[in-house]
Design a protein around this ligand. Structure first.
Ligand SMILES: [Zn+2]
Length: 414
């Protein structure tokens, strides 16, 4: 990568950070126009696709026919929070000692800048080659579910391909091949009201809920003992446990590798909100719990819900709040192998495929059967944090790996 390209990449990242594309509300008009103009100045046309007012997505394509490779990044960022806690203004994009600071530096304007650079560098070669299509997609609304972003674009057939790379912050030495699914439910118990001084006349819904919560935890533990994970994911689950363990050690928590293998590879259990009762001297007749569970690949949220429903029958009602399927791309898929090989060859380190506990837009590609790897600059711990930054070195490393991967994908020599 030439010195000009390197300084261009740093400048582009900094420039993208300067658009406060905060979500909510998640408007992307300004940053999308900038990206369209930036591409236009380099001679590439692009189009806007808008599924929600003022939230355009930008799509650029070069080449023709198959294979089709999609490079994807989202343009929106989470709010900066308390601005007084930032050393530099969150939308300054300030470059200090090898770091670029600002909201979205890691998640994921750094990654967006990388795929924009890679696209414009390799587009002329792909265009000339005549077989194969490279798609660049800068999308909206990832931070609030990606519905008018990647989900709509995949549904409409705009983003359809043989493989996709989502440049979310995996860090240059790792890549994500899968993510857990979501299973959020409400447990509801009902009783009979009475005066608090004569509880035997009533039926206490809170006491029912307390027992139901204990029972639900037992049921999930029981369910977890029967889980069969896809065997090709065992390494990835161990790698993920190592990453989470490292982060936990940094914050002084005394947990072990097997604790984290369990949390990645089984259904997690987190009672998040509890409500019930109206007055201290009354026997409550209603109580509820909002329960957040994350399910590993190989398990469907509906299996967990059915298991809870039958186990809690008569003790509590189970209402579904929100679910999403866990998903992964086999480490043996060619795009996963290419990213693996790219990290190995370009960076000279042994890369680690990982399963993450949260969701990315990658799930929409995978749901459509498109093998998808998440690979981009930054650190998980920096996403959504105060004083968020991305290192210049990580930008260069992921850029170089990405160039290798795209070249190999299209069979370009050199
Ligand atoms: Zn992100």
């Amino acid at each position: 990568m030439s010195q000009d390209l390197r300084s261009g990449l740093v400048e582009l990242t900094s420039r993208l950070i300067q658009f406060p594309s905060v979500n909510p509300p998640g408007y992307t008009v300004n940053i999308a126009s900038f990206i369209r103009d930036w591409l236009g100045n380099l001679g590439f046309s692009s189009e806007f696709r808008e599924y929600a007012k003022d939230k355009p997505n930008v799509i650029a394509k070069v080449g023709r026919g198959r294979p089709v490779l999609i490079l994807n990044g989202h343009m929106d960022v989470v709010p900066p929070g308390d601005e007084s806690r930032w050393a530099y203004s969150p939308f300054s994009g300030k470059v200090v000692e090898g770091r670029i600071y600002g909201r979205g530096a890691t998640d994921m304007k750094g990654g967006l800048a990388v795929i924009m650079m890679v696209f414009t560098e390799l587009a002329p070669i792909i265009e000339k080659r005549g077989s194969g299509t490279l798609i660049l997609s800068a999308t909206a609304d990832e931070e609030t579910g990606g519905h008018p972003g990647v989900e709509a674009l995949v549904r409409d057939g705009v983003l359809i391909g043989d493989a996709a790379i989502v440049a979310e912050p995996s860090g240059s030495h790792r890549y994500y091949i899968g993510e857990k699914g979501l299973c959020q439910v409400k447990l509801v118990t009902r009783g009979r009201p009475a005066h608090g001084s004569l509880p035997i006349l009533g039926d206490n819904a809170i006491m029912r809920l307390v027992r139901a919560i204990g029972k639900a935890e037992e049921l999930i533990n029981e369910f977890n003992r029967g889980i069969k994970l896809p065997s090709e994911l065992m390494d990835a689950i161990r790698n993920s446990a190592e990453v989470y363990l490292e982060a936990a050690r940094a914050s002084g928590l005394n947990l072990t590798l097997s604790d984290f293998e369990r949390v990645v590879g089984t259904v997690s259990f987190n009672p998040g909100v509890v409500r019930g009762g109206s007055k201290i001297n009354m026997v409550p007749d209603y109580a509820e719990l909002e329960l957040d569970m994350r399910v590993p690949p190989g398990v469907s949220p509906s299996q967990v819900i059915n298991y809870l429903r039958s186990g809690l029958s008569g003790a509590a009602d189970v209402e579904v709040l929100d679910t999403s399927e866990p998903n992964y791309t086999s480490p043996n898929e060619s795009i996963a192998r290419l990213v693996h090989e790219g990290i190995e060859r370009v960076l000279g380190t042994t890369p680690k495929p990982i399963i993450v506990t949260g969701a990315t837009d990658g799930r929409y590609f995978r749901a459509r059967g498109i093998p998808t790897v998440v690979y981009g600059p930054g650190e998980l711990a920096m996403a959504h944090a105060y004083n968020e930054y991305v290192t210049v070195d990580d930008l260069f490393r992921t850029h170089d790996v990405m160039v290798y991967v795209v070249r190999r994908f299209f069979g370009i020599e050199g």
